[in-house]
Design a protein around this ligand. Structure first.
Ligand code: DAH
Length: 344
């Protein structure tokens, strides 16, 4: 019986000493100490059993038990000194003047960077930068821009229709042009403004078509504004953007909200007009739609179309970024792929 107890004592003492050695912190050491030496500790429970021994065995076992307990306590005290010293060292070793780790810095999305650049160019020419709603009414997206219902021009823009509201129908704007009318209503004429923003088309996606992309709309309305002003402003814009002298040409094109309307090409800045992959060997790059604001659009904006004329343009932003960086697929922009974005 007492031999069993002696065996159990030796085991409990050894375990307690091992646990003390293994403790990695002062807090942990305290926990371990309670588990072995506390009121409900394993070693304590054994010591309590001295009373159950026959009187002639108590003396020897009691002596051994107290010796083991003292050894265990010494082990704990020793470990406590070690851990306290280590903590002190770590405090002294800490150099508060060492610079902290630098957080990894991201950068602007290449489309956003292009938008900022375009904004800067037009701000320098006295244009306001306006934002408009991406969920737009049928009226502003189409009707006010001289695109009536059932007119074939509506089919040129595959539209995301929203659940119909009670008073009007809502769309995800298919272009930034609705802001022409909103801006005229709000600010009147004369007016110079651009509208950078996100637009939506219900389209089949491929390397050159995304359902979500960006445009910058431009509008300049004043007395006597002509195609000559439009060409001058467009040339200034493109020259600033590409950092070199450029030539532009206008080709007649139908857009319902301008008259006359044009597609504007510029002489390829990548091959100097000789013909390359970017200009598809033509020497010209089609870049934007533009024209003189249709009198109906001016009137929709509350502007006297006898007194004022203006020009408008709309340019796709992703195309510009793709051209600048030779990006072959528009779908990269929404890929979220760091392998793509870290190149900019
Ligand atoms: N809104 C047209 C589109 O998304 C682009 C456009 C063409 C805008 C001619 C204009 C313009 O302001 O005059 O295709």
């Amino acid at each position: 019986m007492s031999d069993d107890l002696t065996g159990a004592l030796e085991q409990a003492a050894a375990q307690a000493r091992e646990a003390a050695r293994a403790a990695r912190s002062l807090d942990e050491l305290e926990e371990v100490r309670t588990a072995h030496l506390g009121r409900k500790g394993a070693l304590t429970a054994l010591l309590r059993q001295i009373g159950t021994l026959p009187p002639e065995k108590r003396g020897a076992f009691g002596k051994l038990a107290n010796e083991r307990k003292r050894e265990v306590e010494e082990q704990f005290a020793g470990r406590e000194r070690e851990l306290a010293a280590a903590r002190l060292r770590s405090v002294l070793d800490f150099d508060p003047t060492t610079p902290g780790p630098r957080p990894a810095r991201g950068h602007e999305h290449p489309v956003l960077a292009m938008l900022r650049e375009i904004e800067d160019i037009f701000i320098s020419m006295g244009f306001l930068v306006l934002a408009g709603p991406e969920v737009e009414t049928e009226y502003y997206n189409f009707e006010a821009l001289n695109i009536p219902e059932h007119h074939p021009a509506r089919d040129l823009q595959d539209t995301f229709w929203m659940e119909t509201g009670a008073e009007c129908r809502w769309v995800l704007r298919t272009h930034t042009s609705p802001m022409q009318v909103r801006a005229l209503e709000r600010f009147g004429a004369p007016l110079r403004a651009i509208v950078p923003g996100r637009v939506y088309r219900n389209e089949t996606l491929d390397a050159t078509h995304e359902a979500t992309f960006h445009q910058v709309e431009g509008l300049m309305v004043d007395r006597g504004v002509s195609v000559a002003h439009m060409k001058g402003v467009m040339a200034a814009f493109l020259e600033r953007l590409f950092g070199q002298k450029i030539v532009i040409r206008l080709r007649p094109h139908y857009f319902p909200f301008v008259e006359p309307g044009f597609e504007l090409d510029f002489g390829c800045v990548f091959c100097g007009g000789a013909g390359c992959a970017i200009c598809k060997r033509s020497g010209w790059i089609e870049i934007l739609g533009c024209g003189l604001v249709h009198p109906r659009v001016l009137r929709a904006g509350g502007v006297d179309a006898e007194e004022f004329t203006g020009f408008a343009f709309g340019v796709g932003v992703e195309r510009l970024v793709m051209m600048r960086h030779s990006i072959e697929d528009i779908r990269h922009f929404h890929s979220g792929s760091l392998r793509f974005f870290e190149q900019f």
